[in-house]
Write a protein that binds this ligand. Structure first.
Ligand SMILES: C[S@@+](CC[C@H](N)C(=O)[O-])C[C@H]1O[C@@H](n2cnc3c(N)ncnc32)[C@H](O)[C@@H]1O
Length: 301
């Protein structure tokens, strides 16, 4: 399947727009521009002096964002780079300070559906998971090459799956028969390890969800990238500038929560979301991808 026709519905975009107020000539960094949904909505309030700098590692996403943002009055600079390099990339564009840093973490609906990315257990695809094709190692490399203990540790650490040892054992057994090269093979192997064919009655979660999450985090170095973005934000933000992060699992949310708290304790941030903002029932009904979203916002003092 190709994801190029799939429209990604931005998560909590209106909610975010209600919480912040950008100067009409402000500079906004969208660290995960995707198809530009958040930037488009927020950019409607910006004037011709304003700039949106959008980052993405996926060229197809940048192409779609470019055509969407053309309709706005403000300027858009789109950068094909990991957001972990945000400071140096902004400096290359002559930008030292910004009024807003936004990250809507994870993957888009288009990427999930696109066999090129090999992310989904809902369809059978080559097991890849690299959002940035410049990365060297795919999920298949990890699954077929790591030893059993490292695999179990990875699934436990990044997937928080208590069945990690059973899953790792099953993967190693399966790959002795033949290499695991597709998402379907991996999903089946996990289901077999857990003795389940599909989501159980009590949980609507697919048994392979956590293993897939763990591999995606490892392949794309997601937690380290987020740490670097969070570390860059205080130095980039103007006084009263905002940082907003939308995360989709507890490992990311914990990093954001702790970072905001540390900066608040140091008198650098004011936290605007004592508890993370989560989608309403209606927002989840409208967009299932929103169901695990958590939005945290802080403002530079
Ligand atoms: C959830 S989507 C963003 C969707 C976007 N907010 C919208 O409304 O269309 C996440 C995007 O971030 C990109 N991405 C993920 N990690 C990244 C990173 N470390 N650096 C740059 N882009 C990244 C993905 O390629 C994907 O396009």
């Amino acid at each position: 399947m190709n994801g190029s026709t799939i429209e990604h519905i931005p998560v909590l975009a209106e909610t975010l727009a209600e919480q912040i107020s950008l100067p009409p000539d402000g500079v906004m960094v969208d660290a995960t521009i995707g198809q530009g949904g958040h930037s488009f909505l927020l950019g409607k309030t910006l004037g011709p002096e304003a700039v949106i700098v959008g980052f993405d590692v996926d060229n197809d996403a940048l192409r779609r964002a470019r055509s969407k943002l053309e309709e706005l009055a403000c300027r858009a600079i789109l950068v094909n780079s990991n957001f972990s390099h945000v400071s140096e990339k902004l400096r290359e564009s002559g930008i030292e300070r910004v009024d807003f840093v936004l990250a809507d973490l994870g993957v888009s609906s288009a990427q999930l559906a696109d066999a090129e990315f090999g992310l989904s257990f809902q369809a059978n695809m080559p097991l890849d998971m690299r959002l940035d094709k410049r990365l060297e190692h795919t999920a298949a490399d990890i699954v077929n090459k790591e030893d059993e203990k490292s695999l179990a540790d990875l699934i436990y650490q990044f997937g928080e799956d208590r069945a990690s040892r059973r899953i790792a054992r099953s993967i190693v057994r399966q790959r002795r028969i033949e290499p695991i090269t597709t998402t379907g093979q991996l999903a089946q192997t996990v289901c077999r390890a857990l003795g389940r064919k599909k989501p159980g009655r009590r949980s609507r979660m697919h048994p392979a969800t956590r293993t897939f999450q763990a591999l995606r985090i490892a392949v794309n170095n997601e937690l380290e990238n987020l740490k670097q973005l969070l570390a860059s934000a205080p130095r980039l933000l103007n006084k009263d500038g905002y940082v907003a992060i939308i995360s989709f699992h507890s490992l990311e949310d914990r990093l954001v929560k702790n970072d905001f708290k540390q900066n608040a304790d140091a008198g650098i941030y004011r936290i605007l979301t004592k508890k993370p903002i989560v989608p309403t029932r209606q927002q989840v009904l409208d967009n299932r991808r929103a169901r695990s979203a958590k939005l945290r916002i802080a403002q530079k003092q």
